[in-house]
Design a protein around this ligand. Structure first.
Ligand code: PLP
Length: 442
């Protein structure tokens, strides 16, 4: 026991001194060190070095769709690594897992999305989509179509292009560098999208990108009819429509891909995270058959975009097995059923607690807005959701707060494997954590 304590203490000090954490409160990290040093996971649970077990109410970063501790994914990774850990996909080289995964994606993706460019994650997928869109217009003889329109409250990642497309301003202000070829439309208003297109000049717009459900920006589900109208506006102005399915893909919302809820087909689709449930680093962009044909027929040179790890054999083998698990275990249906259960539970908590405002969700993506007054929707002067997140973690539940753009929201995305008992426990801990903070702030 003392040995364990010493080891934890040693790791805390090494972490503070040597580990610059991604998207982290750097001062707090220095003062307090890591809050959990995780060592293992099983299903919806994570365990840390100090012996604490918590429900992973976020699937870590919205990505561990099939849950933790899947030995079959470890086995596939080991077998592929032992046989062929890596070979290049540049030029005309290929490998079987990449080919088979690309073919599988074509089978499950909406409409005529049929060819995949692989990346190592979601940010790279987004940057790839913008570059492919711009290159497409060069090939089509409209090189001035360079601008990318995205939405307020959107999050598309942290690569240069993805940062610029991210509607949440603090991410762009972080580097004080603003690319004029990126512009933003209100996340819920097709009228605003139309106005932005007109103001920027339709012939200068390459693409419009949107997440089917905004996650990191505060859990926003689009109003009825929004995406159908977006599709027709993009068609009217000849603009490519890209969906960012990095979070919403692979069953998270109760359909294979989030955009399927709206019955429209994008021209390109970015994915990552759930494609391997985080067991390997993989993402990509799918393009429609039409764009693929145009690329092939109009291109005169090299497709000058490629990552060393595009089509990584081990990552693709893990992706294939992960999709197999999602299908074999009916996890998309479970996401729909348990998603309804989660939303029902949020409504129950709303009835129990005075500081819970609007509750929202689609499948296993859910959000709870915190308010001072349920009747008037008045907000607290300071953010309360982060206090609830800390309290919930102490009580055995990991969730996340969103405070960008004056929001005060809790967000959730548990693994798609979650069962009724686990969901009930999640809701119980959450209600207790909110009650504890409510007692402090009201
Ligand atoms: N797009 C969306 C919608 C995301 O939520 C994220 C990450 O959370 C990204 C892109 C970036 O993906 P990655 O962190 O794998 O680069």
């Amino acid at each position: 026991m003392i040995k364990d304590k010493n080891r934890i203490q040693e790791l805390m000090e090494l972490d503070k001194k040597h580990f610059l954490h991604p998207t982290s409160p750097i001062k707090q990290q220095q003062d307090e060190g890591p809050s959990f040093i995780f060592t293992e996971g099983k299903g919806v649970h994570l365990q840390d070095m100090a012996g604490n077990t918590v429900i992973d109410g976020m699937s870590s970063l919205w990505n561990v769709n099939v849950g933790h501790g899947r030995e079959e994914l470890g086995k596939v990774a080991m077998e592929q690594m032992s046989k062929l850990a890596f070979s290049s996909c540049f030029a005309t080289f290929s490998n079987e897992p990449a080919i088979r995964l690309a073919a599988k994606l074509a089978e499950i993706a909406p409409g005529d999305l049929s060819a995949t460019f692989f990346t190592s994650g979601g940010s790279e997928a987004n940057d790839t989509a913008y570059k492919l869109a711009r290159h497409y217009w060069i090939l089509k003889g409209q090189p001035n179509r360079r601008k990318i329109i995205s939405r307020t409250k959107s999050y598309h990642g942290v690569a240069m292009g993805a940062t610029n497309a991210t509607g949440l301003k603090p991410f762009r202000e972080f580097t004080n560098s603003f690319d004029p070829d990126f512009c933003y439309a209100d996340h819920f208003s097709t009228q605003d999208l139309r106005e932005v297109i007109e103001a920027e000049g339709p012939e200068s717009i390459a693409a419009f990108i949107a997440e089917p459900v905004q996650g990191a920006g505060g859990l926003h589900v689009a109003p009825d009819g929004y995406f159908q109208e977006v599709r027709s506006i993009c068609d009217e102005y000849g603009i490519l429509f890209i969906t960012d399915e990095v979070i919403t893909g692979f069953g998270r919302t109760g359909k294979y891909f989030g955009i399927e809820h709206y019955g429209v087909v994008p021209d390109m689709m970015c994915f990552a995270k759930g494609v391997t449930s985080g067991y390997a680093q993989l993402g990509g962009v799918m393009i429609s058959e039409k764009i693929h044909k145009d690329f092939t027929e109009l291109s005169t040179g090299t497709l000058l975009h490629g990552y060393t790890y595009s089509g990584h054999p081990m990552a693709c083998a893990v992706g294939l097995k992960n999709i197999d698990i999602i299908e074999q275990e009916n996890l998309i249906k479970n996401a729909e059923v348990m998603g309804n259960e989660m939303l029902k539970g949020f409504k129950w908590i709303q009835g129990e607690r005075r500081i819970v405002g609007k509750v929202k969700g689609l499948g296993l993506m859910g959000g709870i807005e915190i308010v001072k007054d349920q009747q008037t929707n008045e907000r607290f002067q300071t953010s309360i959701a982060p206090m609830i997140v800390t309290e919930a973690a102490k009580r055995g539940l990991i969730c996340r707060s969103v405070v960008f753009d004056s929001q005060d929201t809790l967000v959730f995305s548990p693994p798609l494997t979650i069962n009724k008992e686990e969901m009930a426990r999640l809701l119980e801990i959450l209600n207790d954590a909110i009650a504890a903070i409510e007692a402090q702030v009201l």
